[in-house]
Each structure stands twice: as structure tokens, then as C-alpha cells.
Design a protein around this ligand. Structure first.
Ligand code: DCP
Ligand code: MG
Length: 439
């Protein structure tokens, strides 16, 4: 714990949903649910309008539809989230070089190098507001919640206290009084299992936890965990804000004697390589957010494509699925002589899997059956472009028809039109620049 409140935590509000509302003006102020839209889909996030109906992250989409049938249900558009995240992190880095991103929409900022002069409440609030304003400007209107305190723990608790669009400063000396009434799950690392163990011992709040001796805590939850809990219950947290370490990566690639032309064979190879990458990650206790494929064509042109998850993974099926969908973007009809899969942006922790709903749990060792063409899937929410109408997004599809709303962040709410699903005038739209980090 520092003597001054110089750790800031920023977390965007309803991140994926907010990006969707920004880019789809007709959905602003309305319930929006982002996540898996299929039968086994899971909600990634919901706009605050949808949360009023009880829709929550990690709930099944089926349940969310029952609770809020009139919401717009959309699949994720990671290119937009990644782009937005970059803009946010740049705003933070302009204030201090010590920025530690935790996920796409969340970061710690060490204010010590920011030369605030004073760390009184007025100065800190002004700093917080300045960042929130900067984020809003850089992202085209997204709101963020900010917490400022004497440690990472307190800053993170604080950012959650007045969500959405909030700013809370916890001044030095007031930490324990803030934490005491809170449930033990407010402490990082206390998940459902630990909470249950503590509950059985009659420990519910942080105040309860504070009365438990270190020996007893160690007996209850083990040495490592017990020591941490004992300290955090007293708001003792000295973890430093660590700017993103140099990007390391783990990758596997293969070169082939004869050029590969069969897409399902290539998919199968990528799936196998993803399994090997995941195994290596696990062996070293690592996980990463960015999945990259490398493809060398028959003429030795080497291409790479990557995509970034909101949080790190070491999950083979997830890496494989993303690698295969990256391959779909490339024209490999002339043959391929090298294929590779890599994971970078490594972290030594793993957050809950995201967007795994459509994926069978077991590892696929054989080449999976690929969807026949990209045209057959018009996922709700995806970006499209029409030869005459311009850019829009898929409002819905089925029975050979796709319905599109033509609007972007820069337009007002736009018109809706329907087309045959195989219309030659309609194509998926992707941002012009693609991330080309080497594997
Ligand atoms: N996310 C996800 N699955 C989860 C949790 C989160 O896919 N189980 C994604 C979607 C979120 C983003 O990560 O938009 C950020 O997660 P947050 O927990 O910060 O949630 P939100 O930003 O959506 O909402 P809040 O306003 O509560 O921060
Ligand atoms: Mg958030």
C-alpha cells in the first residue's frame, strides 16, 4: 500500500455492447446483447439497457432471450474491439508510461510518473475526469469507470463502485473501512470455491476475514492463498503496476514438400499445430491473447493474419478455431508451402474462456468439416458492404434472405433492406488494415 493514492484502474462500461451501439446508431439507448447467438451460445456482455432485464455476462443466450426478447442479439466484432482498445491504451500511456492492460477494456495506470504535484482528492479527481474525457473522445463516445487508490486492489474495487460512467477516489487511510462490509469475493483470487470454504467457517465479509488469524486461514485455504488473503483483508497490497512486458510468442510451423491446396487438409494441420502450441503454453504456465497464422504461398509470398482475444487463452480448441477462421480470409488457391500458428501477448495468468460457445470441448485431431463458403454465414451484427447501399450490418438472416441495416458510427440510424443470401452485391466488410505481426 502506498502513502498516496497513485494507482488508477480504468474499465470501460459494457465494452463490447458499447462498441456495437457506437457503430450501430439505431441501437443506441436500446438493449443489446453480444455473444454466441447459436443454440449453445453464451452472453459475453449486455448493454446496461439489457442488464435492467437481468441479462448478465456468462448467462446462456437462451436465458437472455427469455429475459429480454426485444434486445438485439449480436455476435462479436473483434476487429472493432481491438481497435477501440488500442485507442484507449494510447490515451492512458499519454498520462504515464506505466500502463498495465488486464484485458481489452481494462488497465492499471501508475500515476507516480505523471507528476501530479499533489495527490489531494481534488487533483486526483481532476486527473480521473481528464482520462475519462480523453477516452470518450478517442473512442467516439465510450464511457469508462475509474477508480483511484493506494494499491491495485483498492483502485480496482473503486472503479466498480460507481459503474457505469463513474469515478471514485479512495483516499489513504480509508481503505479498510471501505472493504470491511464487502463480501469476501471482492478480494482477487477468492472465487466460488474459496468463498464456499470460508462461508462454512462462518466468514462472509472482509470484516469477518480480518478477525481470522494467519494460521487458521492457512489451515482453511492453504499456505499461498492464506497468506495473500490475510494481507488483502487488511488492504495490504504492494503489487507494482507492470507495463506490458516485451511481447513473447510461442509458435509452431511446418514446411511442406508439395504445395497444399486442400483447404480441409490445411485446417487439419492448423488444428494440430494449435494443439502443439497450447501444449507448450501450458507446460510453461503461459497464455496469450493474440493468435496469428503464417502462410507462405507457392510463390514465396509470406502472409500473416492475427486476431486478439479480450483475455489470454491456452485452450487448444479456441486457438484452433481462430487459426482456421484466419485462414478463411486468405486466398490459398495457388497452393501453400508453409503453415504456422502462433500465440503472442503472453501472460502468466488465464481468464475465463471467451466465445467458446460454438466449440466442442474435445480436441479435434482430424480435419474438421469447414463451412462450404463464407457466404453461407451472415451472422447478426457483422459488418457488410453493398455495392449500391454502402456499409451496414446484418440485422438478421434465414430462409435464404439476409436483412441489412445501412448505418455506421458516422451516419444516423439507417434504412433496412433485405436481399437473397447469395446476392452478388453483398459482401462481408473488413477494416482495410489487418494486423500483420509475425508469428
Ligand atoms: N467478456 C466476455 N465474457 C465474459 C466477461 C467479459 O466476453 N464472461 C468481454 C465482454 C466485455 C469485455 O470482455 O464487454 C469486458 O469485460 P467486463 O467484465 O469489463 O464487462 P463489460 O465491460 O461488458 O461491463 P462493465 O460495465 O461491467 O465493465
Ligand atoms: Mg468493462
Amino acid at each position: 500500500m502506498r502513502a498516496q493514492a497513485s494507482v488508477l484502474h480504468l474499465d470501460l462500461d459494457a465494452f463490447f455492447a458499447a462498441v456495437e451501439q457506437r457503430d450501430k446508431p439505431s441501437l443506441r439507448g436500446k438493449p443489446v446483447v453480444v455473444g454466441g447467438v447459436g443454440g449453445r451460445g453464451v452472453v459475453s456482455t449486455a448493454s446496461y439497457e439489457a442488464r435492467r432485464y437481468g441479462v448478465r455476462s456468462a448467462m446462456s443466450t437462451r436465458e437472455a432471450r427469455a429475459r429480454c426478447p426485444h434486445a438485439a442479439f449480436l455476435t462479436g466484432r473483434f476487429h472493432a474491439y481491438r481497435e477501440t482498445s488500442r485507442a484507449v491504451m494510447a490515451v492512458l500511456r499519454a498520462v504515464s508510461p506505466l500502463v498495465e492492460p488486464l484485458s481489452l477494456d481494462e488497465a492499471f495506470v501508475d500515476l507516480a510518473p505523471a507528476e501530479l504535484g499533489d495527490h489531494d482528492e481534488t487533483t486526483l479527481r481532476a486527473m480521473g475526469e481528464r482520462l475519462r474525457e480523453g477516452v470518450k473522445e478517442a473512442t467516439g463516445g465510450l464511457t469508462a469507470s475509474v477508480g483511484i487508490g493506494t494499491s491495485k486492489f483498492i483502485a480496482k474495487v473503486a472503479s466498480d463502485l460507481d459503474k457505469p460512467d463513474g469515478l471514485v477516489v479512495v483516499m489513504p487511510g480509508t481503505e479498510t473501512e471501505l472493504l470491511r462490509p464487502m463480501h469476501v469475493t471482492v478480494i482477487p483470487g477468492v472465487g466460488p470455491a474459496t468463498a464456499e470454504r470460508l462461508r462454512r467457517a462462518g466468514i462472509h465479509t472482509v470484516a469477518d476475514l480480518e478477525t481470522v488469524s494467519l494460521d487458521e486461514l492457512v489451515r482453511l485455504v492453504g499456505r499461498a492463498h492464506g497468506t495473500g488473503l490475510h494481507a488483502l483483508a487488511r488492504a495490504e497490497d504492494d503489487r507494482a503496476v507492470e507495463p506490458e512486458r516485451e511481447t513473447k510468442s510461442v509458435s509452431v510451423e511446418g514446411t511442406y514438400d508439395t504445395d497444399l491446396t486442400d483447404r480441409s487438409l490445411m485446417s487439419g494441420l492448423l488444428t494440430r499445430q494449435a494443439g502443439q502450441v497450447a501444449e507448450r503454453l501450458r507446460k510453461h504456465g503461459l497464455s496469450g491473447r493474440t493468435i496469428t497464422i503464417k502462410v507462405r504461398l507457392h510463390d514465396f509470398t509470406t502472409l500473416s493474419r492475427s486476431t486478439t482475444l479480450p483475455s489470454p487463452t491456452d485452450h487448444a480448441p479456441t486457438i484452433a478455431r481462430l487459426a482456421r477462421s484466419l485462414l478463411e480470409e486468405l486466398d490459398t488457391s495457388g497452393g501453400v508451402r508453409l503453415l504456422g500458428v502462433g500465440v503472442s501477448g503472453l501472460a502468466d495468468w488465464i481468464q475465463e474462456e471467451l466465445f467458446t460457445d460454438e466449440e466442442p470441448e474435445q480436441e479435434q485431431d482430424v480435419a474438421p468439416v469447414e463451412p462450404p463458403t463464407q457466404r453461407s454465414t451472415w451472422a447478426p451484427g457483422m459488418d457488410v458492404e453493398h455495392t449500391e447501399m454502402g456499409r451496414g450490418w446484418v440485422w438478421g438472416s434465414g430462409r435464404g434472405v439476409v436483412t441489412v441495416r445501412f448505418e455506421t458510427a458516422q451516419t444516423g440510424p439507417g434504412p433496412v433492406r433485405s436481399y437473397p443470401a447469395d446476392s452478388p452485391d453483398l459482401a462481408p466488410w473488413r477494416p482495410p488494415e489487418t494486423d500483420g505481426a509475425p508469428v
